[in-house]
Write a protein that binds this ligand. Structure first.
Ligand SMILES: Cc1cc2nc3c(=O)[nH]c(=O)nc-3n(C[C@H](O)[C@H](O)[C@H](O)COP(=O)(O)OP(=O)(O)OC[C@H]3O[C@@H](n4cnc5c(N)ncnc54)[C@H](O)[C@@H]3O)c2cc1C
Length: 193
């Protein structure tokens, strides 16, 4: 938690502003996508609901109309699922991330029943990685599966280059940190690293 921005920002920033800004470096969007959250949006035509995973249209772009306001955030009950978020910075610890990875999993005994794998910051918007999720669905829990999911994520992801690292470097971060986030979620060591 202490690595998510600084105390001044944490005391002032709002959830609605964080989502509406459309900045891919934000910490909350990947977490909320992994948790299956959605927002209520109020506009002159009435209210509509948008899944957070469908909110972002591109780099600093959302699907919100100019006269729409995010009025509520809904996070469904998570049951027995487990989740983790890992923020990877290449500058100081609380800097904007080069990569954010959020995962949420439900298990079925020794296997994974379903998974959500979300990346941000390295990509133009926070997004799920479907190929990695497919590798995980029904697979046996263990480092081999986490590694395969990391490989699938790296093969699938389209990274952007910026001052925090080149696209090939960030692709390698995705490969390593998707596997680590899965390990952390299933190890039960907490939701934020
Ligand atoms: C020094 C610094 C460090 C930061 N570090 C981090 C960090 O480590 N991690 C992180 O996640 N973020 C970080 N942030 C970003 C911070 O989270 C955002 O600035 C903040 O979330 C934006 O929220 P706000 O309420 O201030 O929105 P505002 O800045 O007031 O608004 C942002 C945009 O959203 C629009 N908007 C605001 N509310 C709504 C709404 N309800 N519905 C529709 N549109 C709306 C505004 O019109 C504006 O276009 C940092 C910011 C600063 C300045």
């Amino acid at each position: 938690m202490l690595r998510l921005s600084n105390i001044r920002v944490r005391n002032v920033a709002t959830v609605g502003g964080c989502l509406a800004h459309g900045d891919p470096h934000m910490d909350l969007p990947p977490v909320l996508i992994a948790l299956g959250a959605y927002v209520s949006v109020a506009g002159s035509q009435g209210e509509r609901k948008i899944a957070v995973e469908s909110l972002f249209a591109g780099y600093f772009e959302t699907v919100l109309e100019k006269n729409e306001l995010i009025s509520e955030l809904h996070i469904p009950a998570q049951g027995k699922s487990c989740a983790a978020y890992m923020k990877v910075t290449t500058g100081s610890a609380e800097d904007w991330p080069a990569l954010g990875v959020a995962v949420s999993l439900t298990r079925d005994g020794a296997a994974i029943r379903s998974a959500r794998v979300v990346v941000s910051a390295a990509t133009e918007k926070a997004m799920r990685l479907g190929a990695a999720e497919q590798v995980l669905a029904g697979a046996e829990i263990g480092e081999r599966t986490f590694g395969r999911a990391g490989e699938a994520a790296a093969a699938e992801v389209e990274c952007i280059s910026d001052v925090r690292g080149s696209a090939p470097y960030k692709r390698e971060l995705v490969r390593v940190f998707v596997a680590r986030a899965l390990h952390q979620a299933l190890d039960g060591t907490g939701a934020t690293h």
